[in-house]
Design a binder for this molecule. Sequence first.
Ligand SMILES: NC(=O)c1ccc[n+]([C@@H]2O[C@H](COP(=O)([O-])OP(=O)(O)OC[C@H]3O[C@@H](n4cnc5c(N)ncnc54)[C@H](O)[C@@H]3O)[C@@H](O)[C@H]2O)c1
Length: 441
Amino acid sequence: MKICVIGTGYVGLVAGTCLAEMGNNVICVDNNEQKIKELTHGKVPIYEPGLEELITSNTREGRLLFSTDLEPAVKNSLICFIAVGTPQGDDGSCDLQYVYKVAGSIARSMDDYKVIVNKSTVPVGTGEKVREHIKSITSREFDVVSNPEFLKQGAAVDDFLKPDRIIIGSDSQRATEIMREVYSPFLRTGNPIIIMDVKSAEMAKYAANSFLAAKISFINELANICEKIGADIEQVRTGMSTDKRIGSQFLFPGLGYGGSCFPKDVKALIKVAQDNYIPCSMLKAADEINYMQRNLFIDKILRHFNDDVNGKTFALWGLAFKPRTNDMREAPAITIIESLLARGAKIRAYDPKAMDEAKRIIKDRISYAINSYDAIEGADALILATEWNEFRRPDFDKLKKSLKKPVIFDGRNQYDPQRMQERGFDYICVGKPIQKVLLEV
Ligand SMILES: NC(=O)c1ccc[n+]([C@@H]2O[C@H](COP(=O)([O-])OP(=O)(O)OC[C@H]3O[C@@H](n4cnc5c(N)ncnc54)[C@H](O)[C@@H]3O)[C@@H](O)[C@H]2O)c1
């Protein structure tokens, strides 16, 4: 099939590449010239496991092309995916300007029937508005379909190639059949393609993201209670999550959720509810707890240093909002960095994949280590903000020798507090009774 994907970001690039991998001819379009230039020369602008290899093989086979030129890409395709950003507007609502801009460009470029597939996360009713917008520009035949994306950054290729389910919101038999054909190679293990109306498909995406966000905020709230009353959230979590009705995923206490989706999608759904005079206390609580969680963690750091971190140096392990991605959008590490810098502290950071991204965002306001052990050399404490595998079993003797004092603030509960105490560390994590041991180095 001939497909174009407009918007070559985390979603568009993964979707376009995986669609090409299944034998389709795909043109990935973006208006960021630098990005397209790099991709054309084989340089992949994001880190996502397995993505680079697939891009290389599919471009070599001629099935995957990159372009800034939308018009020929649309003319040449039966299916046009819209995968541009839908960032948070000033009032928390979803900013749809990029979606409408692309919809207008598609309309002006169409010379034949097209299935226009909205993959961006958009509020209920957007599909209808996109359809009206396109209709006001062209008299050509077309259908607008909603196809929300559920990939997880860090496992995006795998998620796209083996989705739990595909949701298609469509009121056209013709478009539905085309979408079934596109996705059938991805559903060979029997996972379902679920056809529904456009509005329900749009809402299903917000529902899923908000539920997962609420799960994270729920366990964080419990963690804060556990910490005060002497229970251990990790034991509580195991006790809960072995119940099949609850499940273990997205139930890890820590610094809360970040990234480009959960924070903005929860806020956008709150705005939709408010605009419709519907109370939404669960959504608001998920959002509030998430931001409170970061501040509670920062408070623990400050309290440890008697509210004076001026001139102290902190080693920071992890900058990306989660492991296996270089994405730092809404990363808890940024909140920690800003808060400590504002109080006169210095930061020496290390992340396995997000160093370039951090340099672009934070610039030279912090220093950058060449590896995890370089970061801790002479630091007053270590802060762990992202649970990359390589931070899971560090050389604790080396840590103890390199840090000025053996102090670790672990925002991701990677180590056993008992063992850390035995090793002589002051170990402060989330949701566990605080065992304060101030040992001589
Ligand atoms: N990132 C995720 O994990 C994820 C998962 C599921 C859904 N989503 C949703 O998918 C959408 C895209 O997210 P993303 O993370 O890929 O965003 P992104 O910011 O990484 O990528 C968006 C791309 O669109 C391009 N673009 C913007 N306007 C354009 C135009 N007029 N013409 C051509 N290209 C244009 C930008 O240059 C950018 O490369 C959002 O709605 C998001 O909520 C994201």
